[in-house]
Design a protein. Structure first.
Length: 58
């Protein structure tokens, strides 16, 4: 598996975990401080992975 493919999978898995947190807190999505922290971590991970892929396209 290429590094880009691996990075895409990391982003997908991080976003899937974000989706799960949102599903668990539906319909109001009132997040605990721990959930907010975890969401920020996951979104950062997805962003870094996508930045790697985008950088390789240049």
């Amino acid at each position: 598996m290429t590094e880009e493919t691996s990075a895409l999978y990391e982003a997908f898995f991080a976003l899937e975990e974000v989706r799960e947190i949102l599903r668990q807190t539906a319909p109001q999505h009132r997040l605990s401080e721990e959930q907010k922290k975890r969401l920020k971590e996951l979104l950062g991970k997805a962003r870094r992975s996508m930045d790697l892929v985008e950088g390789r396209l240049s």
